[in-house]
Design a binder for this molecule. Structure first.
Ligand SMILES: [Zn+2]
Length: 344
């Protein structure tokens, strides 16, 4: 619930009746793009709730400073957050959006109105500034200030641009924060990965004549869920370490974590196989030492799991269906060499 208290305005270029109407349009835009997250904004227009810090109310208001701290000279607005710690994780308690009284605003679409001498005649757009700040309220940060910086178009970049609406990067970021998996790379459903994994056990037993003598702590379901999840993070811009950390957070119940970047479609680079093996080794340690899990011995050694799960997923994200990918992996296991992927 946002306490909208930006007050009256006249002569707004897009015919908004007042500042609150201009900023509420930004809340409406966010709500239209938060489907599936379970999160949406509400607004109290012309709220009289006093603007206090850490008082449990999300005020949206003008001020000369940020609860006593001066605005930066160029700063249009800030979002001030307060958190409490829950199970070792910062949990958002309140976010106030404070617009800088010293800046000239209007409400318009399109290119920025910078004026002939910027400082005196520039008018910043309240709507895109509000879209940005409400993104901060949701928990987003500036994508151009990561290491390395992202270069995608976004309303969340650290400085205002001619972009006046939410971009895919903003929307994907927000959805991912709230547990909606949005990735450009199509990962197969978990039950299909599990089917493949169980078939792989049989292949090792029946075709390769292996014994059921590979101890481990991760059962088939764990392997089928967490290996693809780790790979999903890696393929979406995370280092192998970051990916393993995010999977660890999921395993201990912290929910789906954001991916590290938006990957251009077309090129899907898989990590070296030794890194997949390292992840499975760490996963086994986590299951054994942290979760105190045990699993039946497997026909497949850990290296076989790393190689063939990765190979199966490589076929899947490159256009093969479950049967095609399974067949191609088993052909490889039987010595036929690497088959072409299924994309044209
Ligand atoms: Zn910002």
């Amino acid at each position: 619930m946002m306490e909208m208290q930006l007050g009256s305005a006249s002569g707004l270029i897009d015919d908004s009746a007042d500042w609150n109407e201009c900023a509420i349009a930004a809340l409406v835009d966010w709500n239209a793009n938060l489907g599936g997250t379970g999160v949406s904004f509400n607004a109290i227009r012309n709220s009289t709730q006093p603007a206090g810090s850490n008082d449990g109310f999300n005020n949206v208001f003008w001020s000369d400073d940020i609860f006593g701290t001066p605005f930066g000279e160029q700063t249009l607005a800030v979002t001030a957050h307060w958190y409490f710690e829950q199970a070792g994780v910062d949990t958002l308690a309140e976010a106030d959006v404070i617009f800088n009284n010293a800046q000239a605003f209007n409400c318009y679409r399109g290119a920025r109105r910078l004026g002939p001498t910027p400082e005196s005649t520039s008018m910043s757009d309240m709507k895109r500034t509000a879209l940005h700040e409400f993104g901060h309220v949701l928990g987003l940060d500036h994508p151009d200030q990561t290491t390395p910086p992202q270069t995608e178009d976004a309303i969340m970049t650290s400085t205002v641009t001619d972009i006046d609406s939410l971009q895919l990067d903003d929307i994907y970021g927000a959805k991912t924060l709230y547990g909606v998996a949005v990735v450009g790379i199509p990962f197969p459903p978990r039950d299909q990965v599990l089917d493949f994994f169980l078939d792989l056990e049989n292949e090792y037993r029946d075709t390769l004549g292996r014994q059921q003598n590979n101890p481990g702590s991760v059962n088939a379901e764990g392997s089928a869920v967490w290996f693809p999840e780790w790979l999903r993070y890696v393929l979406n811009g995370c280092t192998v370490e970051e990916a393993a950390f995010r999977v660890g957070l999921q395993i201990i119940g912290q929910g789906v974590q954001p991916v590290c970047g938006v990957v251009a479609s077309g090129t899907i680079e898989f990590p070296p196989r030794n890194e997949s093996l390292d992840f499975l080794t760490d996963l086994d340690t986590l299951y054994r030492d942290i979760l105190n899990e045990t699993a039946p011995d497997s026909y497949i050694d850990l290296e076989g799991k790393a190689v063939w799960l990765q190979e199966y997923l490589r076929y899947r994200v490159n256009g093969c269906n479950n049967q095609e990918a399974t067949d191609k992996v088993f052909q490889q296991i039987r010595g036929s060499g690497i088959a072409p992927v299924c994309t044209a």
